[in-house]
Write a protein that binds this ligand. Structure first.
Ligand code: TXA
Ligand code: MG
Length: 319
């Protein structure tokens, strides 16, 4: 870690600027949570609608108390078990959190990222950092500094920490009393969470209408060229196609640009390489349309298919 770069990034955050930083999931576009003007710059640079709330990143479980009133025992248990890690908890917010961060909602999404640079940036800037993924609204999430530069050249600073390891965004759950609702699937599954909570907890996978924000809608994370889910009926692929496969099994006879997210079908590897594969296809002028193989919707496969379906949604003939 380069201390000078970290100090520079922290200074920019303290002075109300925007810094893109790596987390274990994807790169974030961060500002001081407590500075509404700085947070407003995030919405502007991302071209993000003001009704889509941000996640607040903290560096210790203790920081929870600054953002939410009296976290319950269950909340503390989840935080202690899964943080630092790819789990966002949506909890009642306290007054200190500006409304712009939560888009006027009475709740705030909070997580502690499992990345040394992110944690040190929060500590050095001495404030919780509000950060969505560092992409233009609706486009592919960035998993490298290069991806951030491509979409957000106007950002004040990018802390380059190489490629992220998890590759897809955090799991988001809301906790209200003894009800836990899955708002976005991720590496930590609802099963994992269920095991960590007392038996009296009720689990929902249907999102309540009041909690639906754009990141949770059907279309999101899309490449700027058509993306279709690949099945054998798509054969032969049209000319200038890109094809993303998740294990070396079947290879179509058609001439296409081929990328494997994994050589073994390992879900962790597929998740880690998913957005990179989509970015590579997006950046290749020889590729006019992209096809992507589905994965089995089990465990982490639920989150992987969530991202694939959302990325392909707007290109479906019926959308
Ligand atoms: O892994 C991640 O979560 C990454 C890294 C940077 O931490 N961040 C991320 O942020 O994916 P973003 O803004 O792209 O997605 C966060 C989503 C929003 O689209 C919104 O739907 C949901 O979190 N969210 C945030 N606060 C919420 C709240 N109070 N209630 C319901 N949903 C909320
Ligand atoms: Mg996002």
């Amino acid at each position: 870690m380069n201390i000078q770069q970290l100090k520079e990034a922290a200074r920019i955050i303290s002075e109300g600027g925007l810094v893109s930083f790596p987390t274990e999931t994807v790169y974030g576009l961060g500002a001081n949570t407590l500075n509404s003007v700085a947070v407003a710059k995030i919405f502007k640079l991302k071209e993000r609608p003001s009704f889509d709330p941000l996640i607040v990143h903290i560096a210790s479980v203790d920081d929870l108390k600054m953002l939410t009133n009296e976290p319950s025992e269950a909340v503390i248990r989840l935080a202690e078990k899964f943080w630092p890690g790819p789990l966002t908890l949506v909890l009642p917010k306290c007054k200190l959190v500006p409304d712009i961060v939560t888009s006027g909602l009475p709740t705030v999404g909070i997580r502690m990222p499992d990345h040394e640079l992110a944690l040190n940036l929060i500590k050095e800037a001495k404030c919780p950092i509000a950060a969505p993924s560092a992409n233009k609204f609706g486009q592919l999430s960035p998993v490298s500094a290069e991806h951030v530069r491509k979409q957000l050249p106007g950002v004040d600073y990018i802390l380059d920490g190489g490629t992220t390891t998890v590759g897809i965004e955090s799991t988001i759950v809301s906790i209200e009393g003894n009800v836990c609702t899955l708002l976005r699937p991720g590496k930590i599954t609802l099963d994992d969470i269920e095991k960590a909570l007392p038996g009296t907890f009720v689990f929902n996978t249907t999102k309540p209408a009041k909690l639906v924000a754009p990141g949770l809608l059907k279309s999101h994370y899309s490449p700027n060229k058509p993306l279709y889910i690949y099945n054998r009926a798509n054969l032969p692929l049209p000319e200038s196609s890109g094809l993303i496969l998740h294990n070396p099994g079947e290879v179509p006879s058609s001439d296409c640009k081929l990328i494997y997210t994994s050589k073994t079908g390992d879900q962790l590897e597929i998740a880690a390489n998913l957005f990179s594969a989509l970015h590579t296809m997006e950046d290749d002028p020889a590729v006019k349309q992209i096809f992507i193989e589905p994965v089995v919707e089990k465990g982490l496969g639920i989150a992987i298919m969530d991202r694939i379906n959302k990325a392909a949604y707007k290109y479906q003939p019926s959308a």
